[in-house]
Write a protein that binds this ligand. Structure first.
Ligand code: ASP
Length: 297
């Protein structure tokens, strides 16, 4: 087996991204359950809260006939004080076919990937990346727009959002026009420019006439330094998405969970007809099936 991994969008070429997306969309359109001949053992280690990602990885494994083994923090020896590396060595000694990991520390999936030959999928590392979310977002975009090069806006807490970082890498790799809308306190402008120096920055939601898609992000309360909580209230005042911002009728995305009335108003969240938020959740399962097959090829 080739030593494949998805710890970052950097691990994938544009060709890999397209073939994973094609596979996911094919899975979505296929009515049959796809069972692989040889069951594989997929370990899911989630050391931060998760609803969509854990369940969709578990469903994806089961849809392919694999064994999905969930290890959560409370049940692992990490909660007894075992060091992170010792726990990883223990898990890797059981020779899973794939290790899926979510951790609060940036780059831990990459480090585990270096310590072992077992393929690793990053299910979100701190503020750094969440590559499978970006891949599933791309599948939803591709289903609607095919390969047309549309204009995509990403708005909110860019600085602390691993979803934003992976999406910006992926969309840059595929040549999309990216608009970033964020207040300076939620922006890591220099880092973004290193990824793509053609990104167009906006200070508010009022000037977004030509976007085809607007992706809102969750304000990452748990990652905002203590003492800076007033960012939340000023963000809410200036950036909470209302119908008046959507006159041009772009499609709306959000990786979830949403902070209602902080990044999206109740009215938009409950009634906006071009919302793709639940389609993103649905695509999550098919995309993760495609990622498992890619990595096990
Ligand atoms: N569910 C996504 C993540 O784990 C988005 C979020 O939590 O804001 O990063």
């Amino acid at each position: 087996m080739a030593n494949r991994k998805i710890t970052s969008i950097d691990d994938l070429s544009a060709k890999d991204i397209q073939s994973i997306a094609e596979k996911a969309i094919k899975f979505k359109n296929s009515k049959k359950r796809i069972l692989e001949n040889k069951p594989k053992n997929i370990f899911n280690l989630f050391l931060e809260p998760s609803t969509r990602t854990t369940i969709s990885f578990e469903l994806a494994s089961k849809n392919l006939g694999y064994n999905s083994i969930n290890i959560n923090f409370e049940k692992s020896s990490l909660s007894k004080g075992e060091s992170f590396n010792d726990t990883m060595d223990t898990l890797m000694s059981m020779k899973p076919d794939v290790l899926i990991i979510r951790d609060k520390n940036n780059f831990s999936p990459m480090e585990i990937g270096k310590r072992s030959k077992i393929p690793v999928i990053n299910a979100g590392d701190g503020t750094n990346e969440h590559p499978t979310q970006a891949l599933l977002d791309y599948c939803v975009i591709r289903e609607i727009f095919k390969k047309k090069k549309i204009k995509i806006g990403i708005c909110g807490d860019i600085k602390h959002s691993r979803v934003a970082h992976s999406n910006i890498k992926l969309l840059s790799k595929l040549g999309y026009e990216i608009h970033i809308i964020a207040p300076t306190y939620f922006l890591d402008r220099k880092d973004l420019k290193k990824i793509n120096n053609k990104i167009i920055f906006h200070k508010n939601l009022n000037s977004l006439k030509e976007l085809d898609i607007l992706m809102m992000l969750r304000v990452q309360k748990e990652r905002i330094p203590k003492g800076a909580k007033n960012m939340m209230s000023s963000f809410k005042k200036e950036f909470c998405l209302q119908n008046k911002h959507l006159l041009n009728k772009p499609y709306l995305m959000h990786p979830g969970p949403v902070n209602r009335n902080i990044e999206i108003s109740d009215d938009v969240l409950d009634n906006y007809p071009k919302s793709l938020i639940l389609k993103q959740v649905e695509m999550g399962v098919f995309l993760r099936m495609a990622c498992l097959q890619y990595i096990l090829k």
